[in-house]
Design a protein around this ligand. Structure first.
Ligand SMILES: Cc1ncc(COP(=O)(O)O)c(C=O)c1O
Length: 451
């Protein structure tokens, strides 16, 4: 098979540069430019830029296209829906794609109990609503979130987000009654190596944490990403999640699983909760839910979801019919194409390659992740574990020059994450990994010493 990556110009080429120059005059710089390329077409795991270059996409629009760009089922479903109507506003007039998608999410999310789902437009909006519902149901105000967590950019979700720069700095005051506790980030655990067991994972430690943070009796919900997304692809240890769940149940606290980045096959299961046997009270989903169209959902226990009064939930665009039709096609593809199982296999291959590199490249401090939600954490040296953000930036630039779109993450900006479409063929994944290796060699030298 000929390589997918085809470069006719340097990256970015002249047409990309021209559009970026226009962008700089029209769009505020606050909206970041992660890669300086202008895209004119995307298919599967391949992006075509304005200069006709073909690049492999290991970023997937930040985890939005697990089913690949322009999945044929998604394209067809949206086309068909567009032939009927694009908008009537669900609170005004009911339509079947919305109801059917709610039924499907109630079916496929963890737990066989009665559930309800409603739709909004973005991940942040889903988190806002999950918290709103949890507060209404419990009559409590406090919300507990985690260090290194990311939940969005609205006022409440900024408060729930841990990373200060760029998400919070200068944007306060933040929403009140938000309390943050340590995330079990074993690679950077302040207690040092503990023989593979999570030192935060006992009831006593959790009781102590709450004793100095907030009265559990005033907490409506704990919101958690089971594998941190923007925080650097750190999966929580199973034992920790078990302890946390027991603690929450004992104190009448609802658990909100934020599956916005982990959902829809990314971790090798449809939802990350399934790795933990966790049945959350509420779940937020977005990103890959609708295969590229803007849609987010809150799914939860029927008794909790039914608590708010009529008119207390909703919005003009939430559950747009085109997006619901796309999401139904995504769910069909997840089942028909066994996408979670494929993510498991692809993730294992990527992780095995990363572990090989870790023997050679000493800048790789940690290799981790569930399924195909895999990352490398880069450090200046393994003893101090000092985050190497500069090297991470150089690696991403070197990969892009060679035709591979890669993203970073992590509170310290030193994690390289893979969010490649889960439908990508083995050949495309191998080619992307080949480029990543060449980029690593270019920035640290073949023997692994930083150049
Ligand atoms: C775990 C998680 N929650 C919430 C959000 C916010 O989603 P959105 O950008 O759609 O508002 C994100 C986005 O990256 C996320 O990864």
């Amino acid at each position: 098979m000929p390589p997918v990556i085809t470069l006719h110009t340097e990256i970015p080429g002249p047409r990309s540069r021209a559009l970026l120059a226009r962008r700089a005059q029209a769009v505020p710089r606050g909206v970041p430019t992660v890669t300086p390329i202008a895209v004119v077409h995307a298919e599967g795991a391949v992006l075509t830029d304005a200069d006709g270059n073909r690049l492999i996409d290991f970023g997937g629009g930040i985890g939005v296209v697990n089913t690949g760009h322009r999945h044929p089922g998604v394209v067809e479903a949206v086309r068909q829906q567009l032939d009927h109507f694009a908008h009537v506003c669900f609170p005004v007039s009911t339509y079947e794609p919305y109801v059917e998608l709610a039924e499907q999410l109630n079916r496929v999310t963890p737990g066989t109990h009665a559930k309800r789902t409603f739709f909004v437009n973005s991940g942040a909006e889903a988190v806002e609503n999950a918290v709103k519902i949890a507060r209404f149901f419990t009559g409590r105000q406090a919300v507990v979130c985690f260090e290194h967590g990311f939940h969005g950019r609205t006022n409440l979700t900024m408060a729930l987000t841990s990373k200060v720069q760029p998400y919070k700095k200068g944007f306060g005051p933040f929403a009140p009654e938000v309390y943050r506790i340590p995330f079990p980030y074993c690679y950077r655990c302040s207690r040092g190596p503990t023989g593979g067991r999570c030192c935060l994972a006992d009831q006593g430690t959790l009781e102590q944490t709450f004793a100095s943070t907030v009265d559990p009796g005033s907490v409506a919900a704990i919101i958690m990403e089971l594998e941190l997304g923007e925080g650097g692809f750190v999966p929580a240890p199973v034992e920790y999640v078990r302890t946390l769940t027991a603690f929450a149940r004992d104190h009448g606290i609802l658990l909100i699983a934020d599956e916005i980045q982990t959902g829809f096959g990314r971790t090798g299961k449809l939802f990350a909760c399934e790795h933990y046997g966790l049945v959350p009270d509420l779940m937020t989903t977005a990103k890959s839910l609708a295969g590229g169209l803007p849609l987010a959902a809150v799914t939860g226990r029927a008794d909790v979801m039914e608590a708010p009064h009529i008119g207390g939930l909703g919005g003009t665009y939430g559950g747009n019919p085109l997006a619901c039709a796309a999401a139904l096609a995504v769910l069909r593809a997840m089942e028909a194409e066994h996408i979670p199982a494929r993510a498991h296999e692809t993730g294992n291959r990527i992780k095995a390659r990363f572990l090989e590199w870790a023997k050679r490249f000493h800048c790789i401090g940690d290799v981790r992740g569930l399924g195909a939600m895999v990352a490398l954490e880069l450090v200046t040296d393994r003893a101090s574990k000092t985050p190497d953000k500069a090297l991470t930036g150089r690696l991403l630039a070197a990969a892009l020059e060679r035709g591979l779109v890669l993203l970073s993450s992590g509170t310290f900006g030193n994690t390289v994450r893979v969010l490649a479409p889960l439908t990508a063929s083995d050949e495309v994944i191998s080619e992307g990994l080949q480029v990543m290796e060449a980029a690593l060699e270019a920035v640290v030298g073949r023997a692994g010493a930083t150049v």
